[in-house]
Ligand binder design. Structure first.
Ligand code: FAD
Length: 445
């Protein structure tokens, strides 16, 4: 019999680890325990399934337990791991359907318990019609509420990227929306002047945007009817909680798996934890940030897939390395695209860099091409070393993929002058002769 691998959590990281381990060593016994009813789903697509752009939430499932079984991976849904015993190398598991508990042995353990959506202890938080969005069941429940209750008003609490994506999704159902954010801007990781373009887009699309406001509670009868913020009553027949996520570390912490300074599981570049034969990956773990050269917690699907793959290869005897992230994200907010990579100006200054920013607005295509749109590019660099530290962009087209140029430059450790000399493509339908990135970079010279 081969060595036994237990994976806790069947999300992006867990199933990537399982699949890579299987490919690397066909003799391994691999079992995945997943608390929810689904494994291997693309959570990033939920807002588009809720909007209706993707017909069914189930279309986001990449592979079913039956498909994994054909690969020799046992993926058990509705199985919750209650405890890890690192000395005996066991986990205690509850089958949530039968309520039966049992103990399973592992030679290698992969912890991919993911993130947990924040749930502030507000009065009325448990009313029907109040949803967080993390798992397939959440997305299905929101769709069902939309179809059966036909809410006409809604409140989104939180202006991070999930709150913004959900604004577009709910607006598509004709819901009159209020978005409440306790900070002075949406998308707090972005510098305020660029985020203001997103705020303008929300208002243009009819969203009642309330910045600097704190929610005091939710009110209703058998279901939610309103949200109270700053003493005002805002009608809400549906409420989306999008107040951020935390790493789901309780199980790991109880077993003595070490956490890093961010509160997520500390891992090395092979996804090893502090305990032998125990690996961690995805939203539950930290990632090395290449620009600031320290671990960060940035829960993203792209990192979860890569870290899971590295863990899976290494536990199967490989020598794979996860080189870290530069922090690249993109978000669509109605007709606007916003994206960033590396550090914002505020973050770069907080990290102690002699940081400054240059900002330019230039066209997405040649000015004579129909449909060209302005793109605002902000580039952050260190005035002493000239090193590029980050980039942010907002515009109506050509933003989300242009940011990848910045990601590549950051990973390569370029200066802003290297970026200014970059031989970017030019043809009128795709870009102007001076791409917006080059226009901004040249302002720093
Ligand atoms: P998770 O997906 O959280 O999976 C962890 C799994 O572990 C869960 O299924 C959970 O049920 C299970 N689990 C937890 N505890 C136990 C236990 N004790 N026993 C058994 N099972 C357990 N990222 C991007 O890069 N781009 C995007 O555009 C993007 N959009 C997103 C939009 C939304 C609405 C959401 C919710 C997320 C989005 N993300 C995006 C983030 C991305 O989905 C996550 O980073 C990714 O899913 C993390 O994968 P994971 O496997 O680490 O964690």
């Amino acid at each position: 019999m081969g060595r036994r691998v237990v994976v806790i959590g069947g999300g992006a990281a867990g199933m990537s680890a399982a699949a890579k381990a299987r490919r690397t060593d066909p003799t391994l016994e691999i079992v995945v325990y997943e608390r929810s009813g689904f494994v291997s789903y693309g959570a990033c697509g939920f807002p588009y399934a809720i909007k209706g752009e993707i017909a069914r939430v189930e279309d986001l499932i990449v592979r079913t337990p039956e498909q994994f079984a054909r690969q020799g991976i046992q993926a058990l849904v509705r199985h919750e791991v209650l405890e890890i015993d690192p000395d005996r190398q066991t986990v205690r598991v509850r089958d949530l359907r039968s309520e039966r508990e049992f103990v399973d042995h592992w030679d290698d353990l992969v912890v991919t318990t993911g993130g947990q959506p924040g749930r502030p202890p507000l009065p009325g938080i448990d009313l029907a019609g109040v949803f967080a969005l993390r798992q397939v069941e959440d997305a299905l429940a929101i769709k069902e509420w939309l179809n059966e209750q036909r809410p006409r008003s809604g409140v989104i609490i939180g202006g991070g990227y999930i709150g913004l994506e959900m604004a577009e999704a709910l607006a598509a159902h004709g819901i009159s929306l209020t978005l409440i954010e306790r900070l002075p801007q949406v998308l707090p990781a972005m510098d305020a002047d660029l985020a203001s373009q997103i705020e303008a887009e929300l208002i243009r699309q009819g969203v009642d945007l309330r910045l600097n406001q704190t929610v005091q509670g939710l009110v209703g009868d058998e279901r939610v009817r309103a949200v109270i913020a700053e003493g005002q009553t805002i009608p809400a027949e549906i409420v989306i909680l999008a107040v951020g996520v935390k790493p789901g570390v309780a199980l790991a912490q109880a077993a003595g798996i070490g956490l890093g300074p961010t509160g997520a599981i500390a891992v090395d570049d092979h996804q090893r934890t502090n305990l032998p034969q125990v690996w961690a990956a995805g939203d539950v773990a930290e990632a090395w940030h290449r620009v600031i050269q320290k671990p960060v917690w940035m829960p993203l699907g792209t990192t979860a897939n890569k870290q899971g793959r590295v863990a899976g290869e290494n536990l199967a005897g490989g020598d794979a390395r996860f080189g870290g992230i530069v922090g690249t994200v993109a978000v669509k907010v109605f007709a606007l695209e916003a994206a960033m990579s590396g550090l914002s100006l505020a973050r770069a200054q907080a990290e102690g860099f002699a940081a400054e920013a240059v900002q330019a607005t230039a066209g997405s295509r040649a000015h004579y091409m129909p449909g060209h749109q302005p793109i605002t590019v902000s580039l952050v660099f260190d005035r002493n070393t000239r090193r590029l530290l980050g980039g942010q962009m907002v515009g109506r087209e050509g933003v989300a993929k242009r940011i990848d140029t910045i990601a590549a430059a950051l990973q390569a450790g370029w200066t802003i002058d290297d970026l200014a000399e970059l031989d970017l493509s030019y043809a009128p339908p795709f870009a102007p002769v001076w791409d917006p990135i080059l226009v901004a970079a040249n302002l720093a010279r």
